[in-house]
Design a protein around this ligand. Structure first.
Ligand SMILES: [Zn+2]
Ligand SMILES: [Zn+2]
Length: 174
């Protein structure tokens, strides 16, 4: 996975992992592969543990009450996981930037990818574009990459569910 300028793939991978946390090394590797991230070294139980800790910190970013706090929390994640950027063509798929040291275990690779990807997404698309679904009992996290930046639901299913509910409430009130 190359980090695109808006960090889209990385922030979506983070949301997927947070919404349904991988419990085994094999599952973590599979989930990354599904997002186009081929990890270079085998995933261990320690990597799974590291990723869970990263996701705990990341969910605090999602739930931050305002932009200032959100920025502070992202900066803390960046400080804990990212290194100076460097050019690399390690995969033979073209030159790109890494924000981490070479030869890191998968847990550290994911920590850097999630932190930097989230930072790029927020500054590139808007600081508010990371949230939970507006259907309270759903609470699924999503990165809003919509054109308008006003996505409120994780899925069309939840949007429909809420529309039906609002319709019923309005009818009951009248
Ligand atoms: Zn790379
Ligand atoms: Zn939802």
């Amino acid at each position: 996975m190359h980090l695109n300028p808006y960090g889209e793939d990385a922030v979506k991978l983070a949301a997927s992992l947070a919404n349904q946390r991988p419990s085994t090394p094999a599952e973590l590797a599979d989930r990354c592969r599904a997002f186009g991230l081929a990890l270079e070294s085998p995933v261990t139980a320690q990597d799974v543990e590291r990723v869970h800790a990263v996701l705990d910190a990341w969910e605090q970013v999602v739930d931050a009450p305002d932009e200032q706090r959100r920025a502070e929390l992202v900066n803390r994640m960046l400080a804990a996981s990212a290194a100076h950027p460097r050019l690399t063509d390690h995969a033979g798929s073209g030159w790109h930037l890494h924000y981490r040291d070479d030869d890191q275990p998968p847990g550290a690779v994911l920590a850097a990818l999630i932190s930097v990807g989230t930072a790029l997404h927020l500054v590139g698309r808007g600081m508010h574009r990371l949230r939970r679904c507006a259907v309270i009992e759903c609470a699924t996290i999503f990165a809003d990459t919509s054109r308008t930046g006003r996505q409120r639901y994780c899925s069309q299913r939840c949007a429909n569910r809420d529309a039906v509910r609002r319709h019923r409430a309005a009818r009951a009130a009248s």
